[in-house]
Design a protein around this ligand. Sequence first.
Ligand code: DLL
Length: 427
Amino acid sequence: MTEEIEHASRSELRELQSARLRTTVERAYENVPFYRDALDEAGVTPGDIRGVEDLHELPFTTKADFRDQYPDGLFAVDDDELRRIHASSGTTGKPKIVAYTEADLELWHGVMARSMRAAGLEPGDTVQNAYGYGLFTGGLGFHGGAEALGATVIPSSSGNTQRQVELAQDLGSDAIGCTPSYALYFAETAEELGVDPRELPLSVVLYGAEPCTEPMREEIETRLGATGIENYGLSELIGPGVAVECAKAQDGLHIWEDHFYPEVIDPETGEPLPEGEEGELVLTSLSKEALPVLRYRTGDMTSLTYDECDCGRTMVRMDGVTGRADDLLIVRGVNLYPSQIEDVVLEFDDVAPQYRIDLYREGNLDRMELTVELVDGFDGDREELCDRIRTRLQNALSFTPDELELVEYGSIERTEVGKVKRVYDHR
Ligand code: DLL
């Protein structure tokens, strides 16, 4: 079952977006001194924004703005209207604090329920929610969505993986929500317990919160014998529930455009890029009360397509996120994302989906070490495999690491709680 709006004509959708944008800009201008100052400085009044075609006149909002306005400088409602606070911890400095009114929570649960329906879930299904509960938006976001859908939620949160496997088995979980790296850890733990993860009742893995390449998705699907559905979102906009793949096509993530307006820009110049070109995703909230966000620079690199999807939804699709603009590795003058390395390395059947990248500076030179795990029981020729991986990296990315180390299955530390870290920059 889908909502009517998911199939609306592009012109109908645009009209709705424009009306909501006008309200959002007015509210932000009236209630948030930060936005009033920013618009005044840009010489724009709310009345200048007649619709989405005028969006580019608005200034961007950045991560730095969230930090500067810590904790509540971007809130647009009085404290007594707030019902929930979450926070997203960056790697440095203060966390970004985000807030919700009652209507915002309803909106959030609504888009999450819609995402779960797109993933093929139905009322009555059992959803094991292995995203962390707490300030992180993953846990409570999935929780609220599953309840709104009419599913049964198992609020297992992250960690405690042995018990998670038992719960999935004993309670008949139809779906699990977790990061892609955790999905694999879950499968490994099941195997160690002598449980074949493919025999578990799980038919859908709702993964997200971290980048996941196609070979990684295949690995998740094969190991767990389930369909992998990617979810995208960020706390600053609402949490998970911004975009999701449909089970029908699994070909790009539908952005719930009636609530979140997407643009893709050139991260260097800030200029909007044409459909299909990769750049930084910029999102504007269209319906939120407590924390309206105008042209937020997500830092996430992707591209958009407005082609109609096989599932019949008309909402724009974004490509899986290649990485964050600030994850871009510049090594000896070559620009590359960790996901590009993942894409190449995981093509090899003898390689387990576990790797780490270490960056050092020696004198004036960058040095990259890539450590890759072998599959369990590998007994082939390591040197020969090493050579093949190097050649493939060179051909695909015009780059090879200074050192490529193949290590035994299980040697790279797993992440049981939170987001996986694969790059260690020691420079
Ligand atoms: O990670 C929200 C979320 C929870 C999304 C559960 C999906 C599932 P934050 O902690 O604020 O919120 O982190 C947001 O995570 O800007 C991306 O860089 C990254 N991210 C989220 N989803 C994906 C994805 C949640 N599917 C940041 N692929 C975002 C790649 C993702 N990166």
